[in-house]
Design a protein around this ligand. Structure first.
Ligand SMILES: CSC[C@H]1O[C@H](OP(=O)(O)O)[C@H](O)[C@@H]1O
Ligand SMILES: Nc1ncnc2[nH]cnc12
Length: 286
């Protein structure tokens, strides 16, 4: 087995990965509460993969109700070295058409009703989010997604669960955002705090509500595009597995907490430190 373990977070329309060999569902406990579901672990091309359906099997959980901290914590606890998120996204620009893949490189976080950090009173940390995705995993994912994939684009994370008003959609377009979704944040922030290199592949499902002559987005349209393209998402995972280098060279993200903790050791809260055993054990277990 290689030293990569790729966590895959599957979004709307992607609730399992059938290419995993020896796949088993396992419940992993987290001090951060209930994750979205059990983890499906298995191998492809000699690499370990751990899959988590973001909304749970059967799509039980709404974007605001996702326990993103527990989701990232269990992936870290399960030994993931990197995390690839796959999401349905709406297009905010003419050039991003339904059916296209986009490997995002920036985020604007407009969510407001979610726990956004593992850290806080008792242990304060500030990680950099200047470059929110891992360039290495993003490049591998873009290659695996195939020709025509958009390499880059800003993802606007909205709270939801309602879709945007036309005024909001136009505002985000004027900010230069390429795509919109409800789940990329704070997932990407929490992955960074857990020192997990993260990439997000969006599958464009709709033109949101800004495009003249086009009906505003509805769930049925999103699922229609997702189901038509689910096979491509699965192929992406298989091609990624075959393209992973045999050895995983360390990423600077693996050690980003080295520069982030600010609370003096004697002022730290032992209860919070205990909860951070998986996420920050590398820097806290002295
Ligand atoms: C199914 S409609 C909107 C829903 O789809 C996207 O989910 P995910 O990112 O998990 O694929 C979007 O963010 C909303 O949660
Ligand atoms: N238009 C849209 N807005 C928010 N989330 C989405 N997911 C897919 N399409 C979307």
């Amino acid at each position: 087995m290689s030293d990569w373990t790729i966590g895959i977070i599957g979004g709307s329309g992607l609730y399992a990965v059938d290419a995993l060999e020896g796949a088993t569902w396992t419940r992993v406990e987290s001090p951060w509460g209930e994750p979205s579901d059990e983890l499906l672990s298995g191998t492809i091309a000699g690499h370990r993969f751990v899959f988590l359906p973001r909304h749970g099997r059967g799509h039980r959980l709404s974007p605001s109700d996702l326990n993103n901290r527990a989701n990232i914590d269990v992936l870290k606890r399960a030994g993931c070295t990197d995390v690839l998120a796959i999401s349905a996204v709406g297009s905010l620009q003419e050039g991003y058409a339904p059916g296209d893949f986009v490997v995002v490189d920036q985020f604007v976080d407009r969510t407001f009703a979610r726990a956004k950090s593992f850290f806080g009173t008792g242990l304060v940390a500030h990680v950099s989010m200047a470059d929110p995705v891992c360039p290495r995993l993003s490049a591998l994912a873009a290659d695996a997604a195939g020709p025509g994939t958009h390499r880059g684009g800003t993802y606007l994370a909205m709270e939801g669960p309602q879709f945007s008003t036309r005024a909001e959609s136009e505002l985000y377009r004027s900010w230069g955002c390429a795509v919109i979704g409800m789940t990329g944040m704070p997932e990407a922030k929490l992955a960074r705090e857990a020192e997990l290199p993260y990439a997000l592949v969006g599958m464009v499902t709709d033109y949101d509500c800004w495009r003249v002559g086009e009906a505003p987005v509805e769930v049925s349209a999103i699922l229609g595009v997702m189901h038509a393209n689910a096979a491509r998402a699965r192929e992406l995972v298989i091609r990624l597995a075959h393209a992973l280098p045999p050895e995983r060279v360390a990423s600077p993200i693996d050690t980003c907490l080295d520069w982030a903790l600010i609370t003096a050791p004697e002022a730290r809260d032992p209860a919070l430190i205990a909860k951070l055993d998986a996420v920050a054990g590398r820097v806290l277990s002295a």
